[in-house]
Design a protein around this ligand. Structure first.
Ligand code: ATR
Length: 272
């Protein structure tokens, strides 16, 4: 029986065990996947204990994605780009760190919601860890335009600066603007990567951001946030982060088991 875990603090609410068990059933694999509550100052020791107990890998959630990035002995390119790790693989070489969040978001938008990002005008709201994690995978789809907006403009500017320095904006026009400096610009896809929804905070965005038929994607799930209400009120198609959660899990599942689970029935089962 191969053993896996999700490490976080808090962790009791995590849906990852149910998602991975559903994938395992569907692909006829026998796995054990448990929730592990790590002390805030004990992430290293928690990971070490899992390795010693024969675990083959772990997912990492709030607030340990940066620490996971630091302890990984090998990083995949996308983990390096994200500056954070949400998936650990324990093998003979030690600890490999990957990040499946960005690909999870892109797959949910493209494959589940049937919206291609190529050539689109994309607004990314937020400049924290969650936004960093999805920036490069979005750029890889070659949108026409990618604007980052954030309450603290400096953080958005430095994300853009890094992208430009790395030359990764090729073919994509990129920029950062304050909330009140978005003007009348309309976007086809608007991704909320802030944590404002956690506190039911309204984001002071102009309503002109929603182009006709726009998709408003809230990366959080499990509640109707003020951003989702605002987007609905202005005619956007609205999605929450449940699909992204299941898709990032599917990619981790693939890394560990080399099998791609079918995600649609799992997403549907959590919707009800
Ligand atoms: P995460 O890992 O969830 O991204 P984070 O790194 O702390 O967490 O980043 C939180 C993001 O949500 C930031 O973009 C933050 O804006 P600031 O950079 O200005 O702090 C944004 N955020 C959180 N609460 C917010 C609120 N009430 N209004 C606007 N933005 C908010």
């Amino acid at each position: 029986l191969k053993k896996y875990a999700v490490i976080g603090n808090p962790i009791a609410h995590s849906k990852s065990p149910q998602i991975h068990q559903a994938f395992a059933e569907e692909t006829h694999l026998n796995i054990e996947y448990t929730r592990v509550l790590s002390p805030l100052d004990g992430f290293d020791a928690t990971v070490q204990a899992l390795q010693e107990n024969g675990f083959k890998g772990a997912n990492v959630t709030v607030p340990f994605k940066l620490e996971a990035f630091r302890i990984a002995q090998h990083l995949t390119e996308r983990a390096h780009d994200a500056g954070a790790v949400n998936t650990l693989i324990f093998n003979q070489d030690g600890i490999v760190g990957d990040n499946t969040d960005g690909v999870g978001l892109v797959r949910d938008i493209e494959q589940n919601l049937h919206i291609s990002l190529a050539g689109k005008r994309v607004l990314l709201i937020g400049a924290g860890g969650a936004a960093e994690g999805v920036l490069h995978p979005i750029l890889e789809q070659k949108p026409q335009l990618l604007i980052i907006t954030n309450r603290t403009l400096d953080k958005a500017l430095s994300m853009i600066k890094k992208v430009v320095e790395q030359g990764e904006h090729r073919y994509v026009s990129v920029n950062a603007h304050a909330f009140d400096d978005l003007g009348e610009q309309a976007f086809d896809v608007i991704v909320n990567a802030t944590s404002a929804g956690l506190s039911d905070s309204h984001l002071p965005l102009p309503e002109s951001i929603f182009a006709q038929g726009a998709l408003a994607y809230e990366m959080m799930y499990g509640r109707e946030t003020p951003f989702m209400q605002f987007a609905r009120a202005h005619g956007a198609e609205v999605a929450d982060g449940l699909g992204m959660l299941v898709e990032q899990a599917a990619e981790a599942f693939y890394l560990w088991h080399q099998v791609r689970p079918n995600t649609a029935p799992v997403i549907a089962s959590f919707r009800v």
